[in-house]
Design a binder for this molecule. Structure first.
Ligand code: SF4
Length: 457
């Protein structure tokens, strides 16, 4: 018999199926302005009390366009573009090296695009550059996203030899009709072989990405996909909702509206996935990630020590983050800074010795207080009011009187409890956590903003 998990309440999800930010940062990227630059980033690195660093390197290239994609990427067949990109990464690293020299790198993540667009030789060059410029901890956690269509076992061996120990593979859906409609036809047997080989060569953790709401998906097809993914026994699974926004993402215009599952079917697909994965022993992490109970994310969630950054949930929270490469975002102490989104602008800034950081946010004290509150709620569904009062020398109920008013509908629905010492989000409200967290967001006065965010389902 299949038991729907406690946190899945269709009536609540329908009632609160609103647009809301994912809060990988606060203020969110929509609030970024052009008043920050390289100087702000360097000042923040100097002022930061944090000694640990997370490095993110964005590799924008992909071999082929997936029609659902909303990422910042460049589709090309020219492998040599990666060499030129590495030349520019070298320049950016040289610019950052000194200001970040006192940090110890605890995390390195390669995202994209497709980091597997790089050959192993190109990856070797990248790692060598990073290791020469920054001090890595011996136990630094190195992770990489790969596109399984262009990777073989030897490639994984090469990555493992370079120190990558966490692997993330985009599966999305294994059904052929779905794969054709999204222009991502790939072999499930090949992915299973890669996952098995990853273990042999020492990868400690494999994450598989799934998307629900894709064209031609039905409960039946998605059941098969879920079964195939569970059979590969990954440590983590990410379950994303496909947001069809063809006005914003040109590639999505290739996906016809009539191919998409209805809102009701999409809700059923979400329910199916959540039921199936929790029954298989995975813990729901945050809103859309699953991890084995023994995984450090699940343990951190149980201990209320989960953190959140631009890559999602993590166990290492108080790290500053330096983003390298086109469109990357840095989050250092009291600022966010983003590199140009267009490759030619990224190259031009480095050629002309202009600021590579072109926009971002310099956080006010109020931003930092609200960030603490929102991140704590997003990660741990709980807020210790006394901690916030101590840290920021304020009277919580006075400071957040307006936010607490906004929480009242959730309190009336029995989703949130507020006492003098804590805010507790009930387990059945966890999928609504970003909607609940919006009560503390000072930038959401304008409804216009909400058009830009994705819905809960
Ligand atoms: S989904 Fe990934 S592989 Fe596909 S186009 Fe987007 S970034 Fe590239």
């Amino acid at each position: 018999m299949s038991h729907t998990p406690d946190f899945f309440d269709p009536a609540l999800l329908r009632k609160y199926n609103l647009n809301g930010p994912r809060y990988t940062s606060y203020p969110t990227a929509l609030e970024f302005n052009n008043e920050v630059n390289d100087r702000s980033l360097l000042d923040a690195a100097t002022d930061s009390p944090t000694g640990d660093l997370s490095l993110y390197v964005h590799i924008p290239f992909c071999h082929q366009l997936c029609y659902y994609c909303g990422c910042n990427k460049i589709v090309t067949r020219h492998a040599d573009k990666a060499d030129r990109y590495l030349d520019y990464l070298a320049k950016e690293i040289a610019l950052r090296q000194q200001a970040f020299g006192h940090y110890k790198v605890g995390q390195l993540h390669l995202g994209g695009g497709s980091p597997s667009f790089f050959s192993i030789e190109q990856h070797t060059r990248l790692i060598t550059m990073l290791q020469q410029a920054f001090k890595f901890k011996t136990d630094a956690e190195c992770s990489i996203e790969i596109d399984p269509r262009h990777v073989d076992n030897d490639y994984l061996t090469g990555l493992s030899n370079l120190g990558y120990k966490r692997l993330s593979i985009g599966v999305q859906d294994i059904n052929y009709d779905v794969q054709q409609a999204i222009n991502r036809v790939q072999s499930t047997a090949h992915i299973a072989e890669l996952v098995a080989h990853a273990r042999v060569v020492g990868f400690e953790s494999v994450n598989l990405d799934l998307i629900y709401g894709l064209p031609h998906q039905t409960e039946q097809t998605f059941k098969t996909t879920l079964a195939a993914v569970k059979a590969m026994d990954p440590e983590r699974i990410s379950l994303f909702s496909y947001a069809h926004l063809p006005d914003r993402f040109a590639a999505q215009r290739k996906i016809k509206n009539e191919w998409l599952p209805s809102a009701e079917t999409k809700l059923s697909l979400m329910k199916l996935a959540m039921t199936s994965l929790t029954q298989a022993g995975y813990a729901l992490i945050g809103m859309d990630h699953f991890a084995k109970q023994t995984d450090e994310l699940a343990i951190a969630q149980n201990n209320s020590t989960l953190h959140r950054n631009f890559q999602g949930y993590t166990t290492q929270g108080d790290l500053d983050m330096l983003g390298l490469g086109v469109s990357s975002i840095s989050a250092v102490y009291n600022m966010y800074g983003q590199n140009p989104k267009a490759l030619n602008e990224y190259y031009a800034a480095l050629d002309a010795n202009k600021s590579v950081v072109v926009k971002g946010s310099q956080l006010s004290r109020d931003d930092m207080i609200r960030r603490d509150v929102i991140m704590e709620l997003m990660c741990n569904l709980h807020l210790n009011i006394l901690d916030i009062e101590d840290k920021w020398a304020l009277q919580f109920k006075h400071y957040f009187a307006e936010s607490l008013d906004k929480l009242s509908p959730f309190m009336q629905d029995g989703l949130v409890r507020v006492s003098d010492t804590e805010i507790v989000v009930e387990p059945k409200a966890r999928l609504l956590i970003r909607i609940i967290s919006m009560s503390f967001d000072a930038y959401l006065a304008s409804q216009l903003h909400q058009q830009r965010y994705s819905r809960v389902i």
